[in-house]
Design a protein around this ligand. Structure first.
Ligand code: BDP
Length: 705
């Protein structure tokens, strides 16, 4: 497109400013506007009318000041009858506008452009302001003649930080935690504010500060003071905080002998503790809980149900309008049942027994954030309970911060799936937004990929996932394509041709990664515990469901997990239509084949080749396509700042090397199992499987554990 051309020329001449780019500004770069639009923008952004005694409106003013200085090198003054106005009345559509929504209304006054941002609340004014700034940056503003009306589809749009109090981040690959617990509450780092700005610009309004593998210490006064300082800093940006509640906290910090949810002393303890939290943080959003999962304490320690546990905390936060986000990520070592099925088995019978202010937080797929998973069978299965989605932004199983993988297509794939409960309209998205089952409470969570690295996410291109998550949480209908365009336009200063190439690269990236890591629906074959690199040979760890062989079941005869009626019958947890979709190995989308079927090595796929041949060629294709992504980037690298371009180039080269490693290690292993000849025309891995095992064995210091 044309829109960036002039800006691009302008900034190319300001070489220094481009080269200074280090990613810190994220998508809030506010690049100089194109010459043709300068006059109009300059008129529009000359003055603003708002209430600067209001904390949120004060930060709106500040954001305009930053933006106007960077886009136009001018300043914006406050005055009445300004060209930008913020109003909470005076538009007929306000009456029906939901909370946090906004209206942007454009008109000309004496030939000068005027934009009024209407909303019923400060949050709406904030989001409307960021929307206007986005329109201005991406060239959308001039084409807008009609009012823009927008509001969020989901109430709580949450980032889950798996951050520990010692600043390590579980599954974090972008440095240490943003939260400097040591210097809080006295020091409010500028980074907290920039983090809040970034979230506000995409509509994220809730932040779980601490790891789901929780530490009860955060609930003690000494830490609550720190939490308060963060909450105070985030509040004007319409962000509320959540804390993770360790279920055994009444014992650990409360001096009780039990944490039994039905014990009055325990109930009383949580009520008092919660009231205390609200004294520090009056708009505390509530608790996020991981219970009876992977060794965490929970109600089942006392033979109580997950509903008993959730309702205990729900009663404590209810007087303050707080909520409980209770995670469904539970599976037991002792249960011989297919791990796929366990969360459903545990939670489905509890539908209807959760308090009104409880949401059950369900991961997108039934196992654990794999490169591709079928949607979790709980979606659609608990109509009486608001279910919230949990996506993972941090790429625990997807190459961490060294692999570029734009995840919006993966999120969309799940959100758009019809659950057929009861019909094709009942998509996962409609269940999450609450529309399907008429829930007023709705929420979505993304496990953050954010740390204190200068560019926030380690891999510069992973910023796109933070952005895309926020945008989809606001509106799950948006397309991956429009989101990536927006992100590129605000993040980089590229010609239209380069924008298209980068967008294409990113749009393909997750599919390419899927091919070189887990083609045909392989899953959970990554390195032991740290989950980095290929390790399909992992077989004798203390839990079967933490090994790789549990999931792929490859032997001399075949490969894949039979989840049909002849196997674990996990398929039966879905509606009939989904059972049909996935139930037949001859018609199933081959990307899910090994999720649901065990096939022998000679089984023919739709292309007439055997599963073994297909496995070989798909891994190979993944590597070839990764090479293409690298080539695509090289063709546009000169449009990036020198250091930034080099950084991305190095990362993509590393990704290519690791794609090759995945291909070779996995195929060497599977061939050692099936002893089949390599397909003709295929280049076998250069080493045997022991070589690759040795590489894994030496990976002792992978981050994020
Ligand atoms: C797994 C991670 C583990 C998390 C767990 C969870 O390996 O670190 O604690 O999920 O979501 O993906 O609770």
């Amino acid at each position: 497109m044309f829109k960036h051309f002039f800006a691009w020329m302008l900034a190319s001449s300001l070489v220094l400013s481009v080269h200074a780019q280090n990613g810190y500004d994220l998508w809030l770069n506010y690049y100089p506007v194109q010459a043709t639009a300068q006059k109009e923008y300059s008129n529009l952004l000359s003055s603003i009318q708002l209430d600067d005694t209001n904390p949120t409106q004060r930060i709106i003013l500040r954001e305009f000041e930053i933006a106007v200085r960077k886009m136009l090198n001018q300043s914006i003054v406050q005055q009445s009858n300004a060209s930008i106005q913020l109003k909470k009345e005076g538009h007929s559509s306000l009456a029906n506008l939901p909370a946090e929504g906004y209206i942007l209304s454009h008109h000309y006054h004496k030939k000068k452009p005027v934009v009024t941002i209407y909303a019923n609340d400060d949050a709406g004014l904030l989001y409307g302001s960021f929307r206007l700034l986005k329109e201005l940056q991406t060239g959308g503003y001039r084409s807008q003649e009609k009012d823009i009306i927008d509001y969020p589809s989901i109430q709580y749009r949450v980032l889950n930080h798996w951050d520990n109090l010692d600043r390590s981040v579980e599954r974090g690959y972008a440095g240490i935690s943003l939260w400097n617990w040591h210097t809080l509450p006295d020091i409010i780092e500028p980074r907290y504010i920039d983090y809040a700005r970034a979230n506000a610009s995409i509509g994220i309004n809730t932040v779980a500060l601490t790891n789901v593998n929780a530490n009860a210490l955060v609930l003690t006064p000494q830490y609550l003071e720190k939490v308060k300082a963060l909450a105070d800093a985030l509040r004007p940006y319409n962000i509320r905080v959540v804390l993770t509640a360790r279920f055994s906290a009444p014992i650990e910090i409360g001096g009780l002998k039990t944490a039994d949810p039905l014990e009055p002393a325990v109930q009383d303890w949580w009520k008092k503790k919660t009231a205390e939290i609200y004294e520090y943080v009056p708009d505390f959003a509530g608790y996020l809980v991981k219970a009876n999962s992977e060794g965490q304490p929970g109600p089942q320690d006392y033979q109580r149900t997950h509903a008993d546990g959730a309702n205990l905390l729900a009663a404590a936060v209810a007087p303050f309008n707080g909520i409980v986000m209770w995670r469904a990520f539970v599976y037991s070592n002792e249960t011989p049942e297919d791990r796929f099925k366990q969360a459903y088995n545990e939670f489905k019978p509890l539908d209807g027994s959760f308090a009104e202010n409880v949401l059950v937080q369900v991961k997108n797929g039934p196992i654990d954030f794999q490169p591709r998973e079928p949607f979790h069978p709980l979606f659609g299965a608990m109509p009486k309970t608001p279910l919230m989605m949990e996506f993972q932004l941090t790429q625990e199983y997807l190459g961490m911060a060294t692999h570029a993988a734009y995840l919006a297509p993966m999120y969309k794939e799940v959100l758009e799936m019809p659950t057929y409960r009861p019909d094709a309209n009942a998509t996962v998205a409609r269940i999450v937004t609450g529309e399907q089952d008429k829930h007023t409470l709705s929420a979505i969570a993304g496990v953050a990929n954010i740390g204190n690295d200068v560019n926030w996410t380690g891999h510069p291109l992973s910023q796109a996932n933070w952005y895309a998550y926020g945008r989809l949480a606001w509106n799950p209908q948006l397309s991956s394509e429009e989101i990536i365009e927006e992100w590129i336009d605000q993040t980089y200063l590229l010609s239209q041709e380069a924008t298209d190439i980068l967008a294409g690269l990113l749009l393909n990236s997750r599919e390419v990664l899927f091919k070189y890591m887990t083609p045909l629906g392989l899953h959970h074959i990554m390195g032991w515990s740290h989950h980095f690199g290929p390790a399909p040979w992992i077989d004798n760890m203390h839990r079967a469901d933490w090994t790789s062989v549990y999931y792929h079941k490859a032997d001399s005869t075949g490969i894949g997990f039979d989840r049909t009626a002849s196997g674990s019958n996990a398929l039966a947890q879905y509606a009939q239509e989904i059972q049909q979709l996935y139930g037949d190995k001859n018609t199933i989308d081959e990307n899910f084949l090994l999720w649901f079927h065990r096939v022998n090595w000679e089984f023919k796929l739709k292309n007439g080749k055997t599963v073994w041949e297909n496995l070989c060629f798909r891994y190979e294709e993944g590597v070839q396509e990764m090479q293409q992504l690298l080539n695509d980037f090289l063709s546009i690298q000169n449009e990036f700042g020198k250091e930034e371009g080099k950084h991305i180039e190095q990362l993509l080269r590393l990704q290519l090397k690791e794609a090759q490693w995945w291909r070779d290690a996995c195929l060497a292993y599977f061939q050692s199992k099936n002893q089949r000849p390599w397909p003709s025309g295929f280049t076998p891995p250069p080493h045997n499987v022991d070589y690759y095992k040795e590489i894994q064995a030496k990976l002792k210091f992978v981050p994020g554990i």
